[in-house]
Design a protein around this ligand. Structure first.
Ligand code: SF4
Length: 448
């Protein structure tokens, strides 16, 4: 059972040193109990207390990692019902289904799509995460061969899907080193599949026919020593599966009910035969509260919106997306190319850089760190004003890249032009357009 705030408080140093960011040990203890702080924030907890507190400090939905290396996928670790309460922690994994009864050509086509369908957006690469290999043939050798092919041709995470422990073991033979998710332990096979998971140190999915039975199954697997689990309540209608997601999340969070405190796995493709409806159902689980979403196929027109939805929901609402401060080259600029400056709010950066690209005028774009604020907000907050911009322009090295000394500032920061000319001796400050969409026309008439 999880500890109460007072029980946790008794194990803390009680010095109220504030290093954890909270004014008192009691306040920190209350946050820990609510799953809204991490124990590692207090540097003074004794090892003995750490051991006792580990359960209380763990998030109510335990994190689980599938795969290894750069493409390892971490899901779970969630602490809130609603994003605005704090933030959602780990985006759900999107998985592409491959069956061992598919033809070689079809499997190749799917793996190629898995590798190819990736998109650059605000400096991030958006793509699917996992390939789910399902045994429909009942043939362990065939399953092993397909699992081997998936491992060889992709670097994403792998889900091995069968309720037959011998077939799962065959799949594991070829890809245990990639730490696949074993799907699934059920009431009938739990002992053998739990042994497989423990023996290979792989995460395990538990599947039951209701939320109640699922809680019994995970309690049994936990007693057997399985720690890393993903859960499937077995529902295959949208309404029931959605209700289950809400029940699982709220029971784990508000009741601190450990048997349901795991990330979930859902199968929108088993709830409809219509690809567009499947995408809509998947989008519901991206928002609430799928941990892994297995899609019957990847189609660009549905995958991309799901990836963008996931990106938007799993950004931290308290921290704007920011681009790194620095000089960005757009279209191979040279010493006579224009120099523009903007803030590091990612959306601003991508609008401005996109408009510069559209102009086809190679340019230097200086991105000033404004803590992720847009130009107007940063200007009002004193973060995009002459005093802040000038030191950055001096130290960023742009003076070594261009022969001219002309700097184009956004129209929204026009009031800074006089101050900047004083601070940046030798530079001519030019006021650019207020609207990003006017940048192409502006640049086409710009002269060094
Ligand atoms: S850092 Fe630790 S000792 Fe200091 S106030 Fe926080 S909980 Fe208490």
């Amino acid at each position: 059972m999880a500890l109460t705030g007072i029980e946790i408080f008794k194990l803390l140093p009680k010095t109220n040193c504030k290093e954890c960011g909270d004014p008192t040990c009691l306040a920190f203890a209350m946050k820990l109990a609510a799953g809204k702080a991490e124990l590692s924030l207090c540097p003074y907890v004794s090892e003995e207390a750490k051991a006792k507190l580990s359960e209380a400090a763990a998030p109510p939905i335990l994190p689980v990692t599938i795969g290894v290396g750069e493409r390892a996928l971490k899901v779970g670790g969630e602490t809130v019902m609603f994003r605005h309460e704090k933030r959602f922690e780990n985006p759900p994994g999107l998985a592409l289904l491959v069956s061992d009864t598919m033809s070689d050509a079809e499997i190749d086509r799917r793996l190629e799509k898995f590798n190819k369908l990736q998109y650059e957006r605000i400096g991030l690469t958006l793509r699917g995460n996992l390939v789910a290999v399902r045994c429909d043939s009942g043939d362990a050798a065939k399953f092993e061969a397909v699992a081997g092919k998936v491992k060889k041709n992709t670097d994403g995470g792998i889900i091995l899907m069968s309720t037959n422990p011998d077939i799962l073991a065959a799949g594991l033979k070829v890809c245990a080193d990639r730490k696949p998710l074993l799907y699934a332990a059920t009431e009938e096979n739990s002992d053998k599949v739990a042994d497989l998971a423990k023996g290979s140190s792989c995460p395990l999915a538990a599947k039951a026919s209701s939320v109640e039975k699922l809680a019994e199954l995970t309690a049994k697997l936990t007693s057997a020593g399985v720690k890393d689990m993903v859960i499937d309540s077995g529902s295959r209608t949208l309404r029931q599966a959605f209700e289950d997601q809400l029940i699982i999340r709220s029971t784990a969070l508000t009741k601190k009910f450990r048997p349901l405190g795991f990330p979930t796995i859902v199968f929108p493709g088993e709830m409809t035969d219509d690809p567009m409806k499947e995408a809509v159902i998947a989008s519901i689980f991206v928002a609430k509260y799928g941990g892994i979403i297995v899609l019957s196929d990847f189609q660009g027109e549905s995958l991309f919106p799901l990836l963008v939805e996931r990106l938007n929901i799993y950004t931290d609402p308290q921290r704007p997306l920011a681009t790194k401060e620095g000089i960005y080259e757009i279209g191979s600029p040279n010493e006579n190319s224009p120099v523009l400056i903007t803030s590091n709010f990612s959306l601003t950066y991508f609008i401005v850089s996109g408009e510069i690209e559209t102009s086809r005028v190679p340019s230097w774009l200086l991105v000033k760190d404004t803590e992720g604020l847009s130009v107007v907000t940063a200007w009002a907050a004193g973060k995009f004003v002459a005093d802040a911009i000038a030191p950055f322009v001096k130290k960023c090295g742009i003076a070594d890249k261009v022969k001219h000394r002309k700097l184009v500032i956004p129209g929204a920061a026009a009031a800074e032009s006089g101050g900047l000319e004083e601070e940046l001796s030798g530079w001519e400050i030019q006021v650019g357009p207020r609207e990003g969409s006017h940048i192409p026309a502006y640049l086409k008439t710009w002269k060094p």
